[in-house]
Design a protein around this ligand. Structure first.
Ligand code: ADP
Length: 247
């Protein structure tokens, strides 16, 4: 918890985080960044610029070579993903095809000592949040791509985590569904007050959704700022060209 945010949860702090892979490839170098509770922050940049590696140091899937990750003032650098109190949504949804929507959303709650009636209540609430009421008995293949991504969102939100990490969550959807899901994600962020960290290579998506954009270039942060700042006052030609590109 941080006093300046009135005790709200969901703050993230990266202090000089670097990752060099065993192959010698540099994933990220010297990333420092503070995300405030409730903020919508987007990692934007070309393919290979370090967005996913940075997100994965926060999620706990990648251990930094140096530097530290704090969540709400707690050093989580060496903690496994399941002890960081985060929700995560991936591009490929990672749903279980043989299980119903309800079972997919409930999956992670089994074995956590939550009573069955409480599991049902939370699953229904999460499905309502993503507007999938009444779809609980279906299987993933009976849903559209956008609906499957909503199931993945519900599965992450069922715990009401203070932080939701999303790695190119709309990347596999066609343009129309992507636009629709963008609106839904903005609404969820507004309604929940959860910290959203969103990875994309799509400038339009970043400009539409973010409180702040972190623009990556070759494993480093090129510029951090609001969409207006990056658009109107780019610090380099790379920023101007990347932000200015039409989608
Ligand atoms: P982005 O998400 O912006 O596309 P990544 O974070 O996935 O970029 O990758 C950053 C750099 O780190 C790239 O050069 C990539 O090849 C390298 N990299 C990422 N993951 C690995 C890995 N597991 N092993 C070796 N190199 C990796």
């Amino acid at each position: 918890m941080t006093s300046q945010d009135g005790g709200r949860r969901g703050g993230i702090d990266l202090a000089r985080v670097s990752k060099t892979f065993p192959s010698g490839a540099v994933g990220i170098a010297d990333i420092s960044l503070t995300v405030r509770p409730g903020e919508f922050v987007t990692f934007l940049g070309p393919s290979g610029s370090g967005k996913t590696t940075t997100l994965n140091t926060i999620a706990g899937f990648v251990a930094p070579t140096s530097g530290a990750v704090h969540i709400d003032g707690r050093d989580v650098t060496r903690l496994p993903p399941n002890r960081r109190n985060l929700g995560m949504v991936f591009q490929n949804y990672a749903l279980f095809p043989h299980m119903t929507v309800e079972a997919n959303v409930a999956f992670g709650m089994h074995g956590r000592g939550v009573a069955p009636a409480e599991v049902r209540r939370r699953v229904a609430e999460a499905l309502e949040l993503v507007r999938l009421e009444g779809m609980g008995a279906r299987r993933p293949k009976e849903l559209s791509g956008g609906q499957q991504q909503r199931v993945a969102l519900a599965r992450a939100l069922v715990y009401r985590p203070p932080i939701l990490l999303m790695d190119e969550p709309l990347g596999a959807l066609d343009k129309q569904l992507r636009d629709q899901m963008q609106v839904e994600i903005a609404r969820l962020h507004r309604d929940l007050g959860t910290t959203f960290l969103f990875v994309t290579h799509d400038q339009g998506e970043a400009l539409a959704l973010s409180d702040r954009i972190v623009l990556f270039e070759s494993g480093r942060v090129s510029q951090v700022g609001s969409p207006e700042e990056l658009y109107e006052r780019p610090k380099s030609r790379f920023v101007a060209e990347f932000i200015g590109e039409s989608t």
